[in-house]
Design a protein around this ligand. Structure first.
Ligand code: HEC
Length: 160
């Protein structure tokens, strides 16, 4: 009696197991059929597209030679004496702050012009700085020509 019972259990168990194994293989086969189309995808093109999509937004330049090239490629357009005085020099020379010779003060400018022996003398001291006057008015990008034009502009506005 009990032997019969065990036998029918084993048969049912193996039957269920068989169905499950068969089901598993069926799923595997269906999955392979469904995904077999992927073989046609160009893997190189796919990688390229992914690289482009995840590429960083900016580029950091660490090569000193390349950096020099970048900064040399963008020289500033030469400014007129008038522009330089308005944007740089007048910060101090407009009001005479820190003891700067004030634009319009004939005595102050006339005296310095004489003491330095002319515009070139003023240029020399303006380019290297003097007392509270920073070298090149604090703008190292200014060329000698620009600095000289600015001095001449201030002398002209002063009337000396
Ligand atoms: C931060 C303030 C400041 C700025 C900006 C400035 N100056 Fe001056 N400058 C001075 C002061 C202060 C003196 C007087 C220095 C002294 O005699 O001790 C002076 C003096 C001078 C002199 C006379 C130098 C001499 O030998 O007596 C010249 C020329 C001059 N500045 C030109 C310029 C020009 C050109 C600019 C703009 C490109 C400029 N400065 C911008 C403060 C300034």
């Amino acid at each position: 009696m009990s032997g019969n019972h065990d036998k029918s259990f084993v048969i049912t168990f193996l039957g269920v197991l068989g169905i499950l194994v068969g089901f598993t293989f069926t799923i595997i086969i269906i999955a392979r059929i469904l995904t077999s189309g992927d073989a046609s995808v160009d893997q190189a093109a796919l990688n390229k597209a992914i690289q482009a999509r995840i590429a960083p937004i900016g580029t950091v330049i660490t090569d000193p030679a390349a950096l020099l090239k970048v900064s040399a490629a963008a020289p500033h357009a030469p400014m007129s004496g008038e522009q330089i005085v308005a944007t740089v020099c007048s910060a101090c020379h407009g009001t005479g702050v820190l003891g700067a010779p004030k634009i319009g003060d004939k005595d102050a400018w006339g005296g310095r012009l004489k003491a330095d022996g002319g515009v070139d003398g003023l240029l020399a001291s303006a380019s290297k700085g003097k007392g509270s006057m920073p070298p090149r008015g604090g703008n190292p990008d200014l060329s000698n020509d620009e600095l000289k034009a600015a001095i001449q502009q201030m002398l002209k506005q002063t009337g000396v």
